[in-house]
Design a protein around this ligand. Structure first.
Ligand code: FAD
Length: 294
């Protein structure tokens, strides 16, 4: 059986303490030899700079292949292209292209910048057309949703959008987190029927803070099953046990997916290494010595 491949998602740190935590996680996860590591992107100049600084440092100080997230939120096309150019100049050749959400929060209608891209499909086309000879060189990942996105108008529309992302030049999709493997396999079936051939990688959440997970799930309208609520019940003040529960839940989910032939996994690490490392081990991936970064 082929060796599984993994990727890890991080978010850019806001403080020195958070920065130290991120780099500890990055350094501990580098030896697992992920296919790529991605760094999220928020609205507003300072968050954008943090994403840029983080991916640039990954290029300079590690052997990792960073993928920088990019959204259409609150930015003109020129501003978006300035970010694409900055990524390229920093040596970042993989972009996770997203529409993003209204700065007023998810659930509020997304209003594009008057001179901006309207959504991820236009953004992908824009990346591919960026200094044309260069745009073609980017690897592009996009988002997909095992449970319908809050803006969804049904499976047919969602698959038409995902197919349009592929046709615009996306290389792979990464899913929103989910806890029921059947939701993911349904997405794969619907995608296949719609002629989508790019890989759709399951996004596995490693959030041990159940209150935080509940907030995230509410925002993205992901289902938290009753059995999961039961598992965390009464553990608000017991982070150690919550970590163990989270490790088991992730292990069980990845095992069920692997049993059905899934070989690629994307982990939402929350900038922590331990849970991702233990899940990778259970997938058969052990850390290897890291060659010195060039
Ligand atoms: P799309 O898939 O393009 O569209 C979202 C919804 O609108 C879908 O239901 C789709 O069917 C519908 N839709 C889109 N275009 C059309 C159309 N032309 N006609 C009709 N319906 C349409 N957000 C951030 O701000 N920063 C991040 O770093 C970030 N990283 C993410 C990483 C992953 C793996 C995922 C899954 C999500 C991430 N998000 C991030 C959240 C994402 O920005 C939101 O989910 C956003 O609401 C949708 O972005 P999208 O690119 O999926 O949009």
């Amino acid at each position: 059986m082929t060796q599984p491949s993994v990727s890890f998602e991080f978010f850019p740190p806001k403080s020195d303490a958070a920065e130290a935590k991120l780099w500890d996680a990055v350094n501990r996860l580098e030896p697992v030899d992920p296919l790529f590591v991605s760094v999220t992107f928020g609205a507003g100049g300072s968050t954008r700079d943090r994403t840029h600084r983080t991916v640039k440092r990954m290029v300079e100080e590690t052997t990792l292949v960073p993928a920088a997230h990019l959204t259409c939120v609150d930015a003109s096309r020129d501003e978006v292209h300035a970010v694409i150019e900055d990524y390229w100049q920093a040596g970042v050749k993989h972009i996770v292209a997203l529409r993003g959400d209204s700065p007023d929060g998810m659930g509020e209608a997304f209003t594009p910048h008057p001179d901006g891209y309207k959504g991820s499909i236009e953004l992908i086309e824009g990346i591919r057309a960026h200094r044309p000879e260069l745009g073609k060189c980017f690897e592009i990942s996009v988002a997909a949703y095992p449970e319908p996105h809050p803006d969804s108008r049904g499976w047919a529309d969602d698959m038409a959008v995902l197919k349009a992302k592929q046709d615009a030049g996306a290389d792979r999709a990464i899913t929103q987190f989910f806890f029921n493997p059947d939701d993911y396999f349904r997405l794969l079936d619907e995608a296949e029927k719609a002629g989508i051939t790019m890989p759709i990688i399951p996004g596995i959440m490693l959030q041990p803070n159940f209150k935080g997970l509940t907030r995230m799930a509410k925002m993205v309208q992901a289902t938290l099953p009753d059995w999961l609520r039961d598992l965390y019940d009464g553990l608000d003040d017991d982070p150690e046990t919550r970590d163990l529960v989270t490790a088991n839940v992730a292990a069980e989910l990845t095992r069920k997916l692997a049993d059905q032939g899934v070989r690629d996994f994307h982990f939402y690490t929350l900038n922590r290494a331990g849970l991702a490392l233990s899940t990778c081990r259970l997938l058969g991936l052990k850390p290897k010595p890291v060659p010195k970064a060039a």
